[in-house]
Write a new protein. Sequence first.
Length: 132
Amino acid sequence: GEIVAVEVSANLTDAEVMALLLATTAALEPPSPALVLEAAETVFNAYRAPEFARPEASLELYCRFLGSYPAEALRMLMDVAQPDNILRKAKFLPTIAEIAVWLDPIVADWRGAHDQATRYAAGIETRRRLLA
């Protein structure tokens, strides 16, 4: 599912904080090797065959790079139906650096929301224990 960056605040209910925590935890799950390969192949297949001296080595390099991102980020990368998708915007095969510039802020927002939700969830649990 799509994750929307949400500022965790005191205005959220306990249920909303817990839902955000679950959503961001799911969004930050590591990808399977099959998903990493599928994402790398999607990137390569979106463009005319680039002329690499060693295409297998280039695909392996993209796989190692993409494997450092959460599974949800790779799903976003492959979702070319989204108007802001880098594969729709780039005229040529995006470099690793260009993909990182697109994905890093998105994942940073998820991590920030997750960290905030984790802190609030800990506070909710502490409050429950004290009131019990």
